[in-house]
Design a binder for this molecule. Structure first.
Ligand code: SF4
Ligand code: F3S
Length: 111
C-alpha cells in the first residue's frame, strides 16, 4: 500500500506534509502535490498533518484514480521537501467539492 494525495489538495497546497515525510517523497505541481508511491514507506505521519485532509491510504475506496495520478506526476514534477508559501486563497478552497476541474498538470518550482 501507499498514501496518496487526493483532490482536496488542489488549490489548497498547504505543504505541511512535506516537512514531516522521512523519505522526502512529495512532488510539486502548480496547484497540488503528489506522493511517489514507490518511495512512500507507508509510515502515515503525513496524513494528520494536512489541514485539508487530502492525504489518504490507497486502501480506501475510490483511490485507484489518485494512485494513478500520484504515480504519473511524481515522475514528472520536481521534488519538494521544504514548506513554501501556501496560495493566498487556500482557505477559500478548503473542503470545496469538484476541484478536479482546476487541476493543473504543470510542474511547480520544487525546492
Ligand atoms: Fe512520507 Fe510517510 Fe506520508 Fe509516505 S506516509 S508520504 S513516507 S510521510
Ligand atoms: Fe496538499 Fe495537504 Fe500537503 S493540502 S500540499 S496534501 S498539507
Amino acid at each position: 500500500m501507499t498514501y496518496v494525495v487526493t483532490e482536496a489538495c488542489i488549490k489548497c497546497k498547504y505543504m505541511d506534509c512535506v516537512e514531516v515525510c522521512p523519505v522526502d517523497c512529495f512532488y510539486e505541481g502548480e496547484n497540488m502535490l503528489v506522493i511517489n508511491p514507490n518511495e512512500c514507506i507507508d509510515c502515515g505521519v503525513c496524513e494528520p498533518e494536512c489541514p485539508a485532509e487530502a492525504i489518504l491510504p490507497d486502501t480506501e475506496d475510490g483511490m485507484e484514480e489518485w494512485l494513478e495520478l500520484n504515480t504519473k506526476y511524481s515522475e514528472e514534477w520536481p521534488n519538494i521537501t521544504v514548506k513554501g508559501e501556501q496560495p493566498a486563497d487556500a482557505d477559500d478552497w478548503k473542503g470545496k467539492e469538484g476541484k478536479m476541474e482546476h487541476f493543473s498538470d504543470k510542474p511547480g518550482k520544487g525546492d
